[in-house]
Design a protein around this ligand. Structure first.
Ligand code: NAD
Length: 508
């Protein structure tokens, strides 16, 4: 198993499937390299599973569901308690692999794992989260109560940018509710995900309760259309997320699809200047801009326009290097293809007339000349018709727009089709209250640049960034992964009770 992979390892391992508690070598003929984006070193090869293998994983989930659904809630919860302890214990080891395959810094890789660990901690509260409701005497001697029952085999499809956090958004909450699960990790960086899956088995997740298949469109489509899959959680691009939502929906499944974004940070001139500029630069360029909640648009309001030179100077100071090197601020992009795409969008910004304040295109990193690096790039004079504004760039590119008033800023943000996250920087409580009330975006930060909610709340991106009603983690995901059954009951004290025949719909 590739969990022992270390940077510098020369043997290229084959990533396994997990079916019915067994690590399985795929029989596929289609493989893809997992590549270190800073060095191009091939770390492992990942299979694109065959349709028989996908069927076998779902069948294992279906068999395991028969007993897992009735496993006492305390037993499920104790597995999560063990899993959280194991993740904590192995976090640093996993972070090294995550950084090597994904490119982010070691500190950020640890953050990726930690934000997922928080969801596992939340799963340990399932005893109170999965409780039903009870009303006594809804009619004479009649009580009504609800059961929150698991729904069956669920599946999760995850993106490359958070190979620890996002799988941990999904399988712990799904299985702790009594479901079984088939996970399809990103084929670009599945190694750290597999280490977490290995820990889940060590924590006591029984055979067939958690299964893993690898692959691309074919595997995803098979999951979305299989009769025995009851729910699909997807996180990834808008294009694929819309396809998954439609396909799985046509096949009668519950679907939650978290997709692309364009997150605006609105800066009022009364904001704490230093803290705000730090926040913009950290959230704009951290993880090389490859976060769905990255700040990708800065809206400078009124006199905050004058802060542009300072913003530029701060961004120019960031250190671009491999994620494994100490002191790195901005690591490489995930692939050469991703880099080409970002460079193309920067070109489009120049052609469409934006001012390139800071140009990260020709960055060179000694010792890592083959890395997919793009340095911090800053555009001013951006208008809403330019591609650098209309498209999710998913790279270290921050675009700056200017408006005169808070009302104009709110209207600008609300006109953008995405609704994942936004932020307001101000010292005015009244402005903040107006913003949180009028802004049409699902997650709002007030002087907080990346307002990803902690797991006792839910992730609530909205509009073009999400399809489906219920978000990951928090109370919403318990609703997503369970079916409410409502029981209305009456018991008789003795055989002499006789209310007569009731031909109406009323309870008496
Ligand atoms: P992606 O859509 O390319 O891939 C996501 C998953 O879909 C992967 O597992 C991939 O194998 C699979 N896939 C790829 N092409 C497919 C196809 N044609 N048909 C079916 N499945 C396919 O996304 P990515 O590049 O891995 O991740 C980056 C994207 O994810 C960005 O758009 C980012 O905003 C988004 N994202 C959103 C959130 C959120 O919560 N809203 C969180 C993280 C990432």
């Amino acid at each position: 198993m590739n969990a022992s992979l270390t940077p510098g390892q020369t043997k290229v391992e084959q990533v396994k499937l997990l079916i019915d508690g067994q690590w399985v070598e795929s029989k596929t003929t289609e493989w893809r390299d997992v590549v270190n984006p800073a060095t191009q070193q091939v770390l492992a090869r990942v299979p694109f599973a065959t349709s028989e293998e996908v069927d076998a994983a779902i069948a294992a989930g279906q068999r395991a569901f028969k007993t897992w659904r009735d496993t006492p809630i305390g037993a499920r919860m104790r597995i999560m308690l063990k899993l959280q302890a194991l993740i904590r214990e192995h976090s640093k080891r996993i972070a090294v692999v995550l950084s090597a395959e994904q490119g982010k810094t070691i500190a950020d890789a640890e953050g990726d794992i930690f934000r997922g660990l928080e969801v596992v901690e939340h799963a340990c509260s399932i005893g109170s989260l999965q409780m039903g409701e009870f009303a006594e005497n809804v009619a004479g001697g009649v009580d009504t109560y609800t059961l929150r029952q698991p729904i069956g085999v669920c599946a999760g499809i995850t993106p490359f940018n958070f190979p620890a956090m996002i799988p941990l958004w999904m399988f712990p909450m799904a299985i702790v509710c009594g479901n079984t699960f088939v996970l399809k990790p990103s084929e670009q960086d599945p190694l750290s995900t597999m280490m977490l899956v290995e820990l889940a088995l060590e924590a006591g997740v029984p055979a067939g309760v958690l299964n893993v298949v690898h692959g691309g469109k074919q595997v995803v489509d098979a999951l979305c259309t299989h009769t025995d899959i009851k729910a699909i959680s997807f996180v990834g691009s808008t294009e694929v997320g819309t396809h998954v939502y439609n396909l799985a929906g046509q096949h009668g499944k519950r679907v939650q699809s978290m997709m692309g974004a364009k997150n605006h940070a609105v800066v009022l001139p009364d904001a704490n200047r230093t803290q705000t500029l730090n926040a913009l630069v950290g959230a704009g360029f951290g993880a090389a801009g490859q976060r769905c909640m990255a700040t990708s648009v800065a809206v400078l309001v009124g006199k905050a326009r004058e802060w542009l030179p300072e913003l530029k100077a701060l961004a120019a100071n960031l250190k671009v290097n491999a994620g494994s090197e100490p002191g790195t601020d901005v690591g490489p992009l995930i692939s050469k293809r991703a880099k080409e795409r970002v460079l193309g969008l920067i070109e489009s910004g120049i052609k469409e007339g934006a001012t390139l304040e800071l140009d990260g295109r020709d960055v060179s990193v000694p010792g890592y000349e083959q890395g997919n690096f793009v340095g911090p790039t800053l555009f001013s004079g951006v208008t809403t018709d330019m591609q650098i504004y209309t498209q999710e760039i998913f790279g270290p590119v921050l675009v700056v727009l200017e408006v005169d008033t808070l009302d104009e800023a709110i209207a600008l943000v609300n006109r953008n089709p995405f609704g994942n996250g936004t932020g307001l920087f101000t010292q005015s409580g009244a402005a903040a209250r107006k913003f949180q009330n009028e802004i049409d975006v699902g997650q709002v930060g007030i002087n907080i640049p990346i307002p990803v909610p902690v797991p006792f709340f839910s992730f609530t991106g909205s509009r073009g960034s999400k399809l489906g009603d219920l978000g990951p983690y928090g109370k919403q995901v318990v609703q997503f992964y369970t079916q409410t059954k409502t029981v209305t009951s009456r018991w008789f004290d003795d055989d002499s009770v006789n209310d007569g025949v009731n031909t109406t719909i009323s309870l008496r």
